[in-house]
Design a protein around this ligand. Structure first.
Ligand code: AMO
Length: 434
């Protein structure tokens, strides 16, 4: 007999076969209720002493919670049963027994702290609203892919082992690569730029990236995922921002369209952002911070405390998503283009959701001499990057792009405070397992 899911029980008649985890068991003597859970929901299996044979009854009595079972039985309407139907079993099979005690309660009725939940993530994810986060994440990726494909971008896969860092010298993970030292990439940055010298013009990648973050914060991972894109023949960073805002709009759109059930489970109301998104300059952001009592020196990054206040102000004005553009050139990585009109500033932007920085991007330097100078000014050695610099010798178009943190996107739009909850198996300075 073919297995059906619990979501298909309403509307079926006669005998059906369901398989899943024994989520709950209530034994009232002459009648026993087994709650079977599968991917899509739950169904009550009602075992009546006078309806089943001795073997089935004995097996049902011995079943431990969270064991995997297979049940064949007749569907009967019962208003009191969850979902309005129940199954009266004709046969019951134990497919995999769960040991006692369980490492945590997958129903979430007994609170487990985040560390215990992550240690036992396979079981933590049996709870529907935990799994919903990853169903939303899947939809967010589909929304981003759809938008980028519709706008002429090609999906690429670039190396994850490399010879140099890009986003800050010390925050790299060295690995042993035969006889030489190599690193896990901090970003797809250099390779998506190399692709601009290939003639592909528009590329994107949804990719892991690694940073040996020293600080432990609820917003940083050592292994994070990024939606990275790069495009050629731009006028300036505004061309990149226009794609960036379409991508987030379409990510939210896909989540709203296909993830209604998940958003309900997570109790999250999401608004599709109206374009164009609000654009602030770095200087304007500093002014808001100052009005709110946060003093940031010109040239510094905007700290989290100030970012919360800026985010609150923009929220009051009706903006969840907003850009901060025109950052000080020396605050940004070497590859961003200083503004030719005023080289103190760079042609860069961040996209934020309330106080969360989601994405960074901008126009790149495509002039080899300027690029070498910027690499040196930031204390790096251009000879370590020969493979990258070579691409600027033989015809590199003006180009730009962004890298958007997927984990941060999910955490922020779902109102999750700790980014670890938005990742299946998070990697942090303290966590390398499971
Ligand atoms: P940046 O360093 O700002 O820019 O990173 C881009 C985005 O990636 C996410 N992110 C992280 N998320 C979680 N934990 C981390 N440790 C972490 N580090 C980064 C953030 C961030 O906004 N190459 C440029 C992008 C570009 O210009 O194309 C870059 O990597 O959401």
């Amino acid at each position: 007999m073919e297995r059906i899911h619990t979501s298909d029980i309403a509307g079926s008649s006669g005998s059906v076969k369901v398989q899943g985890w024994l989520r709950e068991k209530r034994d009232l003597g002459s009648i026993m209720f087994l709650i079977l859970a599968d991917r899509y929901g739950e169904v009550q299996i009602t075992v009546k002493e006078d309806e089943v044979d001795g073997n089935l009854l004995e097996l049902a009595e011995e079943l431990t919670r969270e064991s995997v079972i297979s049940v064949v039985g007749a569907v009967k309407e019962n208003e009191q049963a969850p979902g309005g139907n129940e199954i009266h079993p004709e046969s019951l099979e134990l497919l995999s027994e769960a040991k006692k005690p369980l490492p945590m309660d997958p129903r979430g009725k007994q609170d487990a702290n985040l560390a215990t939940r992550l240690d036992n993530r396979f079981m933590d994810l049996r709870k529907v609203d935990r799994r919903a986060i990853f169903e939303v994440r899947d939809l967010a990726c589909r929304g981003a892919r759809k938008c980028l494909e519709e706008n002429g971008f090609m999906e690429v896969h670039t190396p994850k082992i490399t010879v140099s860092g890009t986003e800050g010298g010390a925050e790299v993970f060295p690995i042993i690569y035969y006889e030489r030292e190599a690193f896990l990439v901090q970003s797809a940055q250099l390779y998506k730029q190399l692709m601009q010298a290939s003639g592909a013009e528009r590329v994107y990648e949804i990719t892991p990236q690694w940073r040996a973050e020293k600080s432990r914060t609820p917003r940083h991972l050592t292994e994070s995922w990024s939606v990275d894109m790069e495009m050629s023949f731009i006028e300036d960073q505004e061309d990149v921002m226009e794609v960036q805002e379409m991508v987030v709009r379409d990510m939210v759109n896909m989540i709203k369209e296909k993830g209604r059930k998940q958003l309900e489970e997570l109790d999250v109301g999401l608004e599709i952002p109206e374009l164009p998104l609000k654009r602030l300059t770095y200087d304007e952001a500093l002014e808001i911070a100052e009005e709110e009592g946060e003093d940031i020196q010109w040239g510094e990054d905007i700290n989290i405390k100030a970012m919360r206040k800026i985010g609150d102000r923009l929220k009051e004005e009706g903006h969840d998503f907003y850009f901060i553009k025109r950052w000080p050139a020396d605050e940004r990585a070497f590859y961003y283009r200083p503004d030719p009109e005023d080289t103190k500033y760079s042609q860069t932007f961040d996209l934020n959701y309330r106080s969360w920085e989601l994405s960074s991007g901008g126009q790149r330097i495509h002039n080899l001499e300027l690029l070498k100078k910027r690499i040196e000014e930031q204390g790096m050695d251009p000879s370590d990057m020969r493979f990258y610099l070579d691409a600027f010798r033989y015809g590199m178009p003006p180009h730009g792009g962004f890298g958007m943190g997927l984990d941060r996107f999910i955490a922020s739009v779902l109102g999750i405070e700790n980014i670890k909850e938005a990742v299946l198996f998070p990697r942090t300075p303290d966590r390398l397992e499971p």
